[in-house]
Design a protein around this ligand. Structure first.
Ligand SMILES: Cc1cc2nc3c(=O)[nH]c(=O)nc-3n(C[C@H](O)[C@H](O)[C@H](O)COP(=O)(O)OP(=O)(O)OC[C@H]3O[C@@H](n4cnc5c(N)ncnc54)[C@H](O)[C@@H]3O)c2cc1C
Length: 822
């Protein structure tokens, strides 16, 4: 009976921890169990007394707050203050920027799936849809990627004019200022469609609508600045760029050495209070054609002309192109995707103080502005463009793999090719879902700092994998550049998207988990803030409250992680009325494991975790995969759970779960402390690691889905531009695909006859003639076969050029060579 009582107490504690009971409820429950055993069983009185005393010794100090604060929280707070990572002001800004949405649920270990499934899912308004179907479609028809990237190194003048006329540069500018005032979803739809055709046009449209002068002005500009600049930017009369990066300050952008010194000077013939700017920026998109430069620099006021602060901090100003001293116009060449990009330099450039975005009142707030806006911009620009790019890859690779034959079979029928195609399809599904979910978060009023980092990183990383797979499947057809090549430039440009808006290694190592752990954790930020309060007694009271909430939360997650691991999450609270219930169960399990592992990592490593990038990036991978899976499941639900799409979802899901297991496994295996390693292993993988990579049969089904027209293929590639013209190489593929499929039985019949020697040894033409004579196929069928074969021949063709065409135009001498000569 004594053992039964011990098991009862333990069982109740596990149950309470799993269900997240409050401390008081656990105390009452435990007391009730003890009383029950004392009254209704024959457990020896001495044992009851000993257990009651032990229990009281734990429960009383925990429940009586003044005692708890003095005995437990105060000494812990003293140690905690020494463990806190030292955060620079800029890191603090980054941590405080943005809001927490669904990722907070995933991070906290017990996601409420119903709240995700019931979340409002906005759609494009009719105006927005009309813009996507009208001007965007028209733009896509006008684009000639080869001409843009190889011949002009620019968009043709008529395209620039069209972009301005239709206000493509004003998507994020409110209608009252003459912009389009689009939702994030519409913004995404536009970039996705353009991204499926031409990266030069995509970047040209993306930049004015992302972090830069327009967005800064909309959020922080003075009325005067808004009234002057926003209508001009919306109409394309001003072309903006934004300069933050310089030769010595790349990823560590807050270390910019560029300065602004407040002083008096001459501006347009008048003596005014202004800033003398000295700066050296590089890699600035649209700089060569910009008329207005958004510039980040550190502002100083050595003579106290606007206040008593000498080092005011990072500030942002708008510098017109014609300002004396501004050097602009030279171009970099980003991996042969020649959108305008180049350096911007300035020596003793004098501008008045009212060029500061938001005026003097916002001086020194530059970093906060940039980080807040980046939380939004990163959710849209690159994920949407990647989504367009990968959908094009899925569409064309599926068609090409069916049309291109080797060894008398469509290449997509070979298992080796299937392996690339199923990954390509699954990642396309994932990227599109991820980009839709983060854009939706923006439309729901969030500033999704962590999801936008996840989306930027994973959309571009998976995108790089997809374009590589697509290239591999296309073989030489993907490699030979020219107007017929719809993939090569995308493959060349993939590292650009990896690098911009926060290079990916840094994003994975520092931002996803670094921000996620502190932003999404229900207690850590609150504890840090309480520990930093100047009012020490208020600080202790707050710290105590959060600390004990945190302890309960950690115990809960440890127990949940283990119980879910032992039971393969069979009892997790998930929507059970659907086939995907087991997916939700697995996610709940890994969510609890992530919450537990994160707490243990933070507790045992403290401030050192910041430098343990391998641990934090792997924990970030788990959070990311949880988020990506949530986005895919939401997508599946919104689309009405189409059974035909299930194989793609299943492949993508198992791949993600396998990655989660590996990432957590690597955290466990490499944890620096042996005791913690053992603890993590027991609680996270109590029965070992059982997730498997998606199976071959599933992979086969997925690959085949890409290779014939269907609703699934349409859904997978929706929202991109597909020409209906045979003169367009992608249009030709799509026109040919159904006809190639329809004539496959004829080809098989002919092949059989040929192998049997019935068609003689002539060329294809004479064999066809013979087949008609022998009634193997009809005359009409022969005509169709001939037409289809002509189309196929056209599809597999690659470009050829005169040698002189490919030679560099020697009249334009590269800047560097010119400089050296000088
Ligand atoms: C085509 C193009 C367009 C661009 N457009 C603009 C623009 O319009 N405006 C603008 O201001 N900037 C722009 N940039 C700059 C871009 O944001 C930077 O290139 C980027 O921030 C990385 O800086 P970096 O190239 O100097 O690399 P570095 O900072 O030198 O980094 C090199 C590598 O080290 C990694 N790394 C650095 N620190 C860490 C760390 N702590 N932990 C882990 N890894 C780390 C990075 O991830 C990267 O892989 C553009 C860049 C390119 C290439």
């Amino acid at each position: 009976m004594l053992w039964i009582m011990i098991m009862g107490l333990l069982g109740f504690s596990v149950f309470a921890a799993y269900r997240g009971f409050k401390l008081l409820n656990w105390t009452i429950g435990m007391a009730a169990v003890l009383v029950g055993f004392a009254v209704f069983t024959n457990v020896p009185t001495l044992a009851i007394v000993i257990f009651s005393v032990l229990f009281a010794a734990i429960a009383i100090p925990l429940n009586i707050k003044p005692l708890r604060r003095q005995w437990l929280s105060a000494p812990f707070l003293a140690v905690y203050r020494t463990m806190l990572p030292t955060l620079s002001d800029t890191e603090k800004v980054a941590l405080e920027a943005g809001t927490v949405g669904w990722e907070g649920e995933l991070f906290a270990g017990n996601p409420d799936w119903n709240s995700l499934l019931e979340q409002h899912w906005p759609q494009l308004s009719s105006d927005e849809q009309a813009f996507v179907d009208g001007p965007v479609e028209e733009l896509c028809k006008m684009l000639t990627p080869w001409e843009n990237s190889h011949e002009l190194a620019d968009l043709p003048p008529k395209v620039w004019a069209f972009l301005k006329e239709k206000r493509f540069f004003g998507m994020i500018i409110p209608k009252e200022y003459g912009g389009l005032g689009f939702s994030a979803l519409a913004h995404r739809a536009v970039l996705q469609k353009i991204g499926s055709v031409c990266a030069v046009a995509g970047s040209t449209v993306a930049v004015p609508n992302s972090l830069g002068p327009a967005e800064l002005l909309v959020h922080y500009g003075t009325d005067e600045q808004k009234n002057y600049y926003l209508p001009r930017l919306a109409r394309g009369e001003e072309i903006p760029c934004f300069g933050l990066t310089g030769p010595t300050a790349g990823s560590d952008a807050t270390s910019i050495p560029d300065t602004g010194i407040i002083c008096k000077g001459q501006y347009k013939g008048k003596q005014v209070l202004g800033m003398r700017l000295n700066f050296d920026k590089r890699y600035i998109t649209l700089a060569p054609v910009a008329t207005i430069v958004g510039l980040a620099f550190r502002l100083y006021d050595p003579d106290g002309l606007v206040g008593d602060k000498k080092d005011i901090g990072i500030s942002v100003a708008l510098v017109p192109r014609d300002t004396p001293g501004l050097e602009i116009g030279a171009r970099h060449l980003p991996l042969n995707v020649p959108f305008h990009n180049g350096p911007v330099r300035g020596k003793d450039v004098f501008v008045p103080l009212d060029t500061l975005v938001g005026g003097v009142a916002m001086a020194g707030n530059g970093w906060r502005m940039l980080i807040e806006l980046l939380a939004v911009g990163r959710a849209i620009t690159l994920p949407s463009s990647s989504s367009g790019g990968v959908k094009l890859c899925a569409l064309t690779t599926g068609a090409y793999a069916r049309i291109r034959k080797q060894f008398n079979l469509p290449i997509g029928r070979f298992e080796g090719v299937e392996a690339a195609m199923c990954r390509l399809a699954a990642y396309t599904y994932a990227i599109s879902a991820l980009s839709r979910m983060t854009a939706t978060a923006v439309d729901l009023g969030q500033k999704p700092a962590v999801p936008s980092a996840i989306a930027k990183y994973h959309a571009t990383e998976m995108g790089r994998r997809v374009i590589t797979d697509a290239m591999d499947v296309h073989g030489g057809k993907g490699i030979i550049m020219g107007p017929r090549n719809y993939l090569g430039r995308g493959w060349q440009g993939a590292p650009i998207w990896i690098t911009v808006e926060g290079a990916n290694i840094l994003t994975r190592s520092m931002m996803i988990f670094g921000q996620g752990a502190i932003r999404c954790h229900p207690y850590v930020l609150k504890e840090m803030q309480a520990a930093g309060l100047e009012d020490r007694s208020k600080g202790l009271a707050e710290f105590d409250r959060h600390l004990f909430g945190h302890i309960g939360y950690s115990i809960g997650n440890a127990v949940r992680s283990m119980v879910l691991g032992l039971s393969f999450a069979r009892f997790a609270a998930v929507p059970t009325d659907r086939k995907t219930a087991r997916y939700y169960r697995k996610l709940t399990r890994y969510s609890a494991a992530l919450a537990f592992a994160s707490d243990i990592a933070m507790l045992s490593l403290g401030g050192k975790l910041k430098h343990k990038e391998r641990i934090s990036s792997r924990l970030g991978d788990v959070l990311s995969q949880l988020y990506i899976c949530s986005a895919m499941l939401k997508r599946f639900e919104i689309q009405g759970r189409p059974a035909a799409d299930q194989p793609i979802l299943a492949w993508a899901f198992h791949d993600a779960i396998y990655k989660m297991q590996n990432a957590l496994g690597l955290v466990v295996d490499n944890f620096p402390n042996t005791a913690v390693r053992v603890l993590l292993k027991i609680f996270i993988f109590p029965l070992g690691r059982h997730e498997r990579q998606p199976g071959d049969r599933l992979g086969h089904k997925v690959a085949q889905l890409l290779m014939s027209p269907s609703e699934t293929r349409k859904r997978l590639t929706d929202g991109i531009f597909i020409s209906d013209q045979a003169s367009n190489p992608v249009g030709l593929l799509e026109l040919a695909l159904p006809r190639v499929i329809a004539t496959e039985p004829l080809e098989r019949r002919l092949h059989k006859a040929e192998t049997a020697g019935e068609l003689g040894s002539g060329d294809q033409q004479s064999q066809l003639k013979k087949a008609v004579e022998l009634a193997i196929i009809s005359a009409e069928e022969a005509r169709e076969l001939e037409a289809v074969r002509t189309m196929v021949a056209e599809i597999i063709k690659v470009d050829e050029f005169e040698g002189s065409y490919l030679k560099m135009n020697t009249r334009s001498v590269p800047t560097q060579i010119r400089d050296e000569a000088a």
